[in-house]
Write a protein that binds this ligand. Structure first.
Ligand code: ASP
Length: 339
């Protein structure tokens, strides 16, 4: 595992192709280990992972907790509703409180972009070595989801040896509410680092033209791009034009909680134009898999019959793969970055 340099995992724009290869290889190893009853790996014994979720979560938090437990870490969860935040404690002081209790890894979700980065910068100035793992910040980034999507696709194309090479030259269509999706942004960095050709599809209100340049510049604060040869993203407005030749289709949830204007005429018309069904998927010209990060608006982004079709839908596989991918991240942070 040499070559891993990340103390924190904030944004996949900072990952090299080798970093993706390391995570995929380790996740594959963890995935193939039998989980029998309480049997666990001792790798993180004596380490404490604290989840600080300031925004709702079904999959991500439970998946991190299971991943940590399978590596024998102690797990602690912060619940904003019943915490001292309500009494006026700042976010940084809350984080410091958990560090004082011995947290080695903070897994942070927040509705504002940049919060995990700010926490990481502050904690780096303190005496303790702590890792911050971004579990979703506003519209910005959701690295563990991007990695589990990458792992799921790589395993689909190359089940025994999922690696970045499995994605090279594949055409992946991402359809829907790209504007509000941190998942889409993380997938763009991950897929392009592995040589995939990404096609984004959606209406102008949910997919502004500026996304064509998304990969041209790394985010502010990041010096350079660790991947020199990314293929530029292509924008296609009509699904009928985007699907032919696709190798996989990823659809995104309509993020109604982040839409502050009327961006759609109706959910029915959205489903007619951008919803996926078996008939629509046939336009790819071959049997291709469908992914969705969840939670799904059944019948809006995906027809129920397609979501429930185990031949086409990788949605449950994504959930399953979230555990070994998060085990890989926790393992790397704890063992390679020395926290
Ligand atoms: N669960 C993912 C996220 O937290 C996707 C979604 O909510 O639509 O970003």
């Amino acid at each position: 595992m040499s070559g891993w340099v990340h103390r924190h995992v904030i944004d996949l724009s900072a990952f090299s192709t080798d970093d993706f290869a390391t995570v995929l290889e380790l996740a594959q190893r963890f995935r193939s280990l039998p989980v029998v009853g309480a049997r666990r790996l001792p790798a993180l014994q004596g380490r404490l992972m604290t989840t600080l979720f300031f925004e709702a979560s079904t999959r991500t938090r439970s998946s991190f907790e299971l991943a940590a437990k399978r590596l024998s870490a102690d797990v602690q969860s912060f619940l904003p509703g019943s915490s001292s935040l309500a009494k006026g404690e700042s976010l940084l002081d809350t984080a410091r409180t958990y560090v004082a209790m011995g947290a080695n890894v903070l897994v942070v979700r927040h509705s504002c972009a940049g919060v995990p980065q700010i926490l990481a910068e502050h904690l780096d100035r303190g005496p303790e070595r702590v890792s911050v793992l971004n579990a979703g910040d506003g519209l910005h980034s959701h690295p563990s989801q991007g990695l589990l999507d990458l792992f799921t696709l790589a395993r689909h194309f190359q089940p025994d040896a999922p690696s970045p090479a499995a994605l090279r030259g594949r055409r992946i269509v991402i359809v829907g509410d790209v504007l509000h999706s941190r998942v889409a942004r993380s997938n763009l960095w991950a897929l392009s680092a592995c040589g995939a050709e990404v096609v984004l599809c959606g209406p102008p209100t949910l997919l502004p033209d500026c996304f064509a340049d998304f990969l041209a510049a790394p985010p502010p604060g990041q010096v350079g791009d660790p991947v020199p040869d990314r293929i530029p993203v292509r924008l296609v407005r009509r699904l009928e034009e985007a699907l032919p030749g696709a190798d996989a289709v990823m659809t995104l949830r309509l993020q109604k909680e982040r839409m502050h204007q009327h961006l759609l005429t109706s959910l029915e018309s959205y489903h007619r134009s951008y919803g996926l069904s078996h008939e629509r998927l046939a336009l790819c010209g071959r049997p291709v898999p469908v992914l969705h990060p969840g939670p799904v608006n059944r019948g809006v982004e995906l027809a129920g019959a397609l979501l429930d079709d185990p031949e086409r839908s990788l949605v449950e596989e994504q959930v399953r793969n979230g555990i070994p991918v998060r085990m890989a991240l926790l393992y790397l942070l704890a063992t390679e970055s020395g926290v």
